[in-house]
Design a protein around this ligand. Structure first.
Ligand code: UTP
Length: 261
């Protein structure tokens, strides 16, 4: 079975719901305790064995590139001023062997379009997608949980979480189907009203796909807001591949942009 070595992190969105905080600072660079939001997602990916992080970015997100680059001048100053203990914080050992790749999404045409920008970097191999604005705290990380399902079953897998009725309209909610001990998706309904939701299981921003998803993304048409939706590609995929695994994430806390708004 092929190893999951690459993760795509789409970060090109406008972050409108966080204005004015995101007027000059990318949403992903907002600090959570002592680190920017994006670093938690990158750590989650690296801890799950990812070797290459592919950011889908935009011209307003240069701070993200700088954050994961070396800053020799600062390191030299810290060294000279006897503040060496800060160096591992700005240049963590964990990231030393990780390749960071950046692809610009010139016009913000939706999450599906952002993911499609990574197609030339993904060969015939499985890859992860992490939406950094879903910051998920759990004993075993979400990506680790999904990877285990992938390696056990050799299929694409999507993370879902139980949400309360009043939050259904913020998520893609799945219609589940159980076969044996496994849970599969039958359908996804995007942002349903509470009476139309097929379950209480909402998609969280963690996915593992095979490169076949790019074929479906190519077929997706723009929606009413001129965006290409990843959900629409998943729906197309479901018509062909009946067994798309779902894993109900074991989560202790979600600090999600989509939840707090
Ligand atoms: P969101 O739906 O949360 O959109 O995108 P957003 O633009 O970040 O925030 P709002 O709606 O303006 O407040 C989900 C993820 O997809 C990325 C975002 O950066 C976020 O990680 N995205 C979205 C892109 O990379 N490109 C897009 O065109 C749209």
């Amino acid at each position: 079975m092929k190893k999951i070595k690459k993760a795509v992190l789409p970060v090109a969105g406008f972050g409108t719901r966080f204005l004015p905080a995101t007027k000059a600072i990318p949403k992903e660079m907002l600090p959570i305790i002592d680190k920017p939001l994006i670093e938690y997602a990158v750590e989650e990916a690296v801890d799950a064995g990812i070797e290459e992080i592919i950011f889908i970015t935009s011209h307003t997100k240069v701070a993200i590139e700088n954050h994961f680059d070396s800053n020799f001048e600062l390191e030299e100053k810290l060294d000279k001023n006897n503040k060496r203990q800060y160096i591992p914080l700005i240049n963590p050992d964990k990231f030393k062997n990780i390749r960071f790749t950046y692809v610009r999404q010139k016009s913000q045409k939706g999450l599906g379009d952002a993911v499609a920008h990574a197609s030339h970097l993904i060969n015939d191999e499985p890859f992860a997608i992490l939406l950094a604005d879903d910051l998920i705290i759990s004993d075993k990380s979400c990506l680790q949980q999904l990877s285990e399902v992938y390696y056990e079953n050799n299929t694409s897998v999507i993370g879902v979480n139980r949400v309360e009725k009043e939050k259904y309209s913020k998520y893609g909610v799945i219609e589940p189907n159980t076969v044996g001990k496994n849970l599969f998706i039958q359908n996804i309904v995007e942002k349903p009203s509470p009476d139309k939701a097929p379950s209480d299981l909402a998609v969280v921003g963690r996915y593992i796909f095979d490169s076949i998803i790019f074929d479906y993304l190519e077929q997706v048409k723009e929606d009413k807001s001129n965006e290409i939706q990843l959900t629409d590609a998943i729906q197309l995929m479901l018509q062909i591949i009946r067994y798309l695994h779902v894993n109900i994430m074991v989560i202790s806390l979600i600090v999600a942009a989509n939840l707090v708004m």
